[in-house]
Each structure stands twice: as structure tokens, then as C-alpha cells.
Design a protein around this ligand. Structure first.
Ligand SMILES: [Zn+2]
Length: 464
């Protein structure tokens, strides 16, 4: 009798395991089949990268960036446009993991759990994707880079639509290079969308964070003056400035980008308040752009000596920032403290199947409104007193900050930045440009930012 009972329990457990297995298997299939079928190693879909049945990809103005012609995936006719839009659109491979053709492969190929890849045409809602980007602005920004490597992003800070997004090193998706051990040096970073996935030493653009920390924590900051004699000893070691600024207040210190003032402020504020400001402004956070996360920046001064802390306040030491994250910060400063949430995909499909994308987190607070307004005015003063409105053609009300980050002893090896936004109601554009191996922020990143912003303004004007 005992033996029979043991056997029944054994059979019962077996049956239980069997059903548990079926449940696990079914769940696994329904959750993962979409990505399995899109996998590059699935021979059913490989050859053309699984894109034989993929829909078209359009830019915001209806320009075709990718489509199938006679079973072949074909990209835009224009060579520079293809190179400029590669990192947003993608190529036939999945090498650029954040590109639309990688991230939205299921939507693009019309894969469904019931039909697999063989959904009848009549049921397909049209699997085209319309992007937010203006391919002409991307091309203009790419050409303005003139072969330099880096990242350019411009977005509408009211809506979160990314209008221009360019990453270089790039290549032609119509004729992708075969990257081998011999030529891999030539293509370092080519598979990265640097707008989302690279971080650079910020240099003076980080003074915006130090300024916000000072505005929040030092009550008499507006009436204070500082002394800059070209260098100062902080924490027993030297901090140097590009110039000798003499007696200077906070607004002019930011406009003239005085290192001494912001190094002293960081040392005075201390590691906790500096870290608090950096965290609040998103430096150590990752942000979602559609389904793709941005890389986190880096601000960590817990083991910093006083001199390191001083340098961290002017964007050196171990500081790192990501271009998209800086563009998001610009949106918060432009929007009275509330950030925009960027996105690349405007809608997918057509007719009843249309899925419209909007930004749910638009308006999330990042800064107190009075601090945002003060930074906004200070960045406007940077342009009127230093860079000059003529830089942006004289028609736009631009607020900006440049940065030149020394990453080695060589003068032509700096991370050159320009970040900012346009105040004008009809052109709510925030931008961030980071160029590798540049000279100065204003001379290297400046012209690229101007070209990208002006091209976006032209595009928006034509839409009206
Ligand atoms: Zn100075």
C-alpha cells in the first residue's frame, strides 16, 4: 500500500512538472518569439538581414530613408544623407543596436505571434515607420563635422521630437564595410550612436551644474565678486585659467568661462552639494529615448582631494557627460525646469493600425523654475556678451555654453562642446554638439551647432 502511494505521488509530481514545463515553454515562446525570429542567425530571415518584408522608413518630411526594391533593402539615394542618418535608421545588420531597424524590427517586418512572418497582406496595417528626424538637417550637420568625429543632436524641447541626430564615425549602409582585425582602427566607434551611447569630458559646459549648485546653496551669490589672476592654489595645488579675469561676478564668470571662480565654488560647496546638483541635473542617470537608454554620465567626487573637487567643478577630473543627456538638460533650462523626453519614432503603420508616439514624461521636473530661469538668462548673456548673436545669423535668440575639455596635453586633442537652446517660441530647439580631437569649443563645436540649428529652423519654417 505504501509502495502504491509513493508511486502515485511520483506520478503526480511528474504530471505537475510536465504542465509546468508546458506553461514555461508557452510563456517563453509568446514573450520571446518576436526577438528570436528577428535574430540575425535565423536562416528564415537572414540574407537581407531579415528585412525582406520590412516596411519603409521615412523622415519627418516624407523623405524615404530605407525601403525594399526588388527584394533588396535600399537606402536613401544621397550618399551624405545615408551616412548622416545611419545611426538612427540602421543598416541590414543588427550591429547598431539602438537604430530603428534593430529596435523596431518586429514592427517593421510585420511579425505577429499568430502569423509569424507570413501575415497576409490584407491584415497588415502597413508596417512603415515615420521618424521625427529631418534628414536634410542631419546631412547639413554631418557635412559641418567635415570628417571630425563626435555627436550632434537637436530636439524640439516642447515636444521631445529629435530633429537632428548625427554620429560620426559613420559608414554607408548601402555598402557596409567588412570590419576585420586589419581595419578595425579605422572604424572605432562606428557601430555606436554616440548621441546616445558615448560620454565625453564636459569641460566648461559643466560650469552650468556648478552654477546651479551655487544658486541653490549660496544666498549672496548674485552680489559676490571673485578674483582671478590666471591661477590659484586650491587644496595645495594649482588651478589655472585661460586668462586673468580680475574682479568678476558670477554672470561674467560664466560668460567668460573663468576656471578660478567655478573651481573655488566647487571647493566651497563641497562634495555633497556638488553631487546633489549633478544628480538632480541627470548627470549620473540614464534616460530613455524610445526603447533605447542613454549611457550615464559620471560625476563622482567621494574620493576626491580638494584640488580634484575644484577641477570637477570646471568639468575636468573624472567628469563625463553624454550628448543626449546634455540636450535633455538644455530642454529643462529652456522649459522653466521641466525636461522634455526625446524620441525618434513619430508613428508606425498606417490606417487603423497606426501607433502614434508621444512623449509621456514630457514635463518631468529637473530644476526649480527660478534656478532654470536664472541659468536661462545667464546662458543668454553668454551669447550676447561673448559669442555674439551674429554667430547664429542674428535672427535667433540663442542661449548657449561652450566647453573645451583637455583630455591630453596636446592642444588639438580636446573634447569640444557647445550646448544650448533657442528661446524663440516658433523654434523651440535644444541642442548639444560634442566633437572629439577638437580645438576649442567655440571654434570646433560652434560652427557645427550653428549649421545644425539653422538647418532645423529652415526645416520648421518650411513646414509651417
Ligand atoms: Zn579666470
Amino acid at each position: 500500500m505504501r509502495q502504491v502511494r509513493t508511486r502515485s505521488i511520483f506520478v503526480f509530481v511528474l504530471v505537475l512538472l510536465f504542465f509546468a514545463g508546458i506553461i514555461f515553454f508557452t510563456a517563453n515562446i509568446s514573450i520571446n518569439s518576436g526577438s528570436w525570429v528577428q535574430h540575425i542567425y535565423n536562416w528564415h530571415t537572414s540574407g537581407n538581414g531579415g528585412l525582406e518584408k520590412a516596411g519603409k522608413i521615412f523622415d519627418r518630411n516624407g523623405v524615404v530613408l530605407a525601403q525594399n526594391v526588388d527584394g533588396e533593402r535600399v537606402y536613401n539615394d544621397d550618399y551624405d544623407t545615408r551616412l548622416a542618418t545611419l545611426h538612427v535608421v540602421g543598416d541590414n545588420s543588427l550591429n547598431i543596436s539602438t537604430a530603428v531597424q534593430s529596435v523596431y524590427r518586429s514592427e517593421l517586418t510585420g511579425y505577429s505571434f499568430i502569423w509569424g512572418l507570413e501575415m497576409p497582406e490584407t491584415f497588415r496595417g502597413g508596417n512603415n515607420i515615420t521618424l521625427t528626424i529631418d534628414s536634410n538637417a542631419c546631412k547639413t550637420a554631418y557635412e559641418a563635422l567635415g570628417g571630425m568625429e563626435g555627436a550632434v543632436v537637436v530636439m524640439n524641447y516642447k515636444t521631445g521630437e529629435v530633429l537632428c541626430s548625427v554620429s560620426s564615425k559613420t559608414y554607408d549602409p548601402q555598402d557596409p564595410p567588412e570590419i576585420t582585425e586589419e581595419n578595425e582602427d579605422e572604424y572605432v566607434g562606428a557601430y555606436l550612436n554616440k548621441v546616445l551611447s558615448s560620454s565625453y569630458t564636459p569641460g566648461s559646459i559643466f560650469k552650468l551644474i556648478t552654477t546651479a549648485a551655487a544658486l541653490e546653496n549660496i544666498p549672496d551669490i548674485d552680489s559676490r565678486t571673485f578674483e582671478c589672476s590666471g591661477s590659484a592654489i586650491i587644496g595645495g595645488e594649482k588651478v589655472s585659467c585661460m586668462s586673468s579675469h580680475g574682479t568678476i561676478g558670477i554672470d561674467d564668470a560664466l560668460a567668460q568661462s573663468c576656471n578660478i571662480v567655478f573651481a573655488q565654488l566647487a571647493a566651497e560647496l563641497g562634495p555633497d552639494k556638488m553631487t546633489q546638483a549633478a544628480n538632480k541635473m541627470g548627470i549620473n542617470s540614464s534616460f530613455n529615448v524610445g526603447h533605447s537608454p542613454t549611457v550615464k554620465g559620471h560625476y563622482d567626487v567621494k574620493d576626491a582631494e580638494e584640488n580634484d573637487l575644484a577641477w570637477s567643478g570646471v568639468g575636468q577630473y573624472t567628469d563625463l557627460t553624454n550628448p543626449m543627456q546634455m540636450c535633455i538638460l538644455m530642454s529643462a533650462i529652456a522649459n522653466g525646469g521641466n525636461r522634455a523626453e526625446p524620441y525618434y519614432v513619430e508613428h508606425i503603420g498606417g490606417g487603423d493600425f497606426t501607433k502614434q508616439y508621444t512623449s509621456e514624461k514630457n514635463g518631468t521636473a529637473m530644476l526649480e523654475s527660478d534656478i532654470a530661469q536664472r541659468l536661462n538668462d545667464m546662458m543668454r548673456y553668454n551669447v550676447t556678451s561673448n559669442y555674439g548673436d551674429y554667430m547664429f545669423g542674428g535672427e535667433l535668440t540663442v542661449c548657449a555654453k561652450t566647453g573645451t575639455a583637455e583630455v591630453s596635453d596636446s592642444e588639438d586633442n580636446n573634447d569640444a562642446w557647445m550646448v544650448g537652446f533657442v528661446r524663440d517660441e516658433e523654434f523651440p530647439l535644444a541642442f548639444a554638439v560634442a566633437v572629439e580631437d577638437g580645438n576649442f569649443g567655440i571654434s570646433t563645436a560652434g560652427p557645427v551647432a550653428v549649421a545644425a540649428v539653422q538647418a532645423c529652423v529652415e526645416g520648421l519654417s518650411a513646414e509651417e
